[in-house]
Ligand binder design. Structure first.
Ligand code: PSU
Ligand code: MN
Length: 308
């Protein structure tokens, strides 16, 4: 099946091309986390570490980005370096931005939404990230609902994340996913995780093994369901920031967003950057640990899918 997913306008790295030929397990990674989610040099170090973690697990990493107006699936060292330098000409590419970037030779990091879209275009099915975007707190005033949720409805991709950030309204985020009929699971717990914290207090379906996800995915596709799956993977308690400990910082950062009238695609990067500053770097340490944890689980799922 892999070869006929070939699209001339997608540039695959040699490693990903070979993996497609050999029908090897591939894991998709996003790149907004590099361009807009973490400071330099931790963004570059983390991106490299995650790719190597895949390789150690016998899975080929396919980090997706737009480089000079080309859809790039699997990045070279040069690509990674240029995305990590955080220059002002790097775009945060969501689905709405892809056509613009392709037409005008732009370079940028793809969000969960854009990465899922491009992954499914290329026939790739398993994707690990840190946290997904969702319904923002105060949505009744701002109408700010991440395109990540719509992309989960529209693209058949298994997204492994540490849940939704506590900067979001998690109950409303889960309600939207419910309306969109996106299957949502949590790994070895029934409590949907809250990114920096392992629990949000919102109940979802518990799954215990990667192979259970693979089995459900097979059924999902057999009956022509076309949404993604969302797997919430809680951060290990030794690395978590309990919600009481970060709630004040979140409130402060949200207040600033309101006062400074930060809107639309700038909101999430601003909140992440401010939490990094307000927690004196602790939020970044946690962010790195949780995305690592997600890559490990997603590698298992990608391999189970090849097995069944
Ligand atoms: N979570 C992180 N770091 C990030 C993001 C999420 O820890 O950089 C990014 C993801 O790429 C996600 C995006 O898709 O933020 C959501 O942005 P928005 O809220 O504007 O949809
Ligand atoms: Mn938004």
């Amino acid at each position: 099946m892999q070869e006929n997913n070939y699209k001339p306008f997608i540039e695959f790295s040699p490693e990903v091309k070979q993996a497609l030929r050999d029908n090897k397990a591939i894991l998709v990674l996003e790149s907004t986390i590099i361009t807009h989610g973490m400071p330099f040099p931790q963004n570059l170090e983390t991106a490299e570490m995650l790719e190597n973690l895949c390789r150690e697990n016998d899975v080929v990493p396919a980090t997706i980005a737009i480089i000079n107006g080309k859809i790039q699936i699997g990045l070279s060292q040069e690509n990674l370096t240029s995305l990590s330098k955080l220059t002002s000409n790097l775009e945060k590419v969501s689905v709405r931005d892809i056509s613009y970037c392709l037409a005008f030779n732009k370079t940028g990091g793809t969000t969960v939404a854009a990465t899922s879209y491009l992954a499914s275009l290329a026939g790739l099915e398993v994707f690990a990230t840190g946290g997904i975007g969702g319904v923002h707190r105060g949505v009744e005033h701002t109408w700010d609902i991440s395109a990540d949720l719509i992309s989960l409805k529209e693209n058949p991709v298994i997204v492994v994340s540490a849940g939704a950030k506590a900067i979001l309204d998690i109950p409303k985020t889960l309600e939207v996913l419910d309306s969109y009929s996106v299957p949502v699971f949590a790994y070895r717990t029934d409590d949907f995780p809250a990114f920096y914290s392992s629990k949000s207090g919102n109940k979802v379906r518990k799954i215990d093994e990667a192979k259970d996800i693979a089995l459900m995915w097979k059924k999902h596709k057999e009956i022509n369901l076309s949404s993604g799956f969302l797997v919430g993977n809680p951060i290990d308690s030794q690395y978590e920031i309990p919600s009481e400990d970060i709630e004040n910082e979140i409130a402060k950062a949200l207040d600033e967003v309101e006062k400074l009238k930060i809107r639309s695609k700038d909101v999430t990067p601003y909140l992440l950057q401010r939490l990094y500053e307000l927690t004196k770097g602790d939020s970044l340490k946690t962010n790195i640990e949780l995305v690592k944890n997600n890559v490990k689980l997603a590698c298992q799922i990608a391999k189970e899918l090849k097995r069944i």
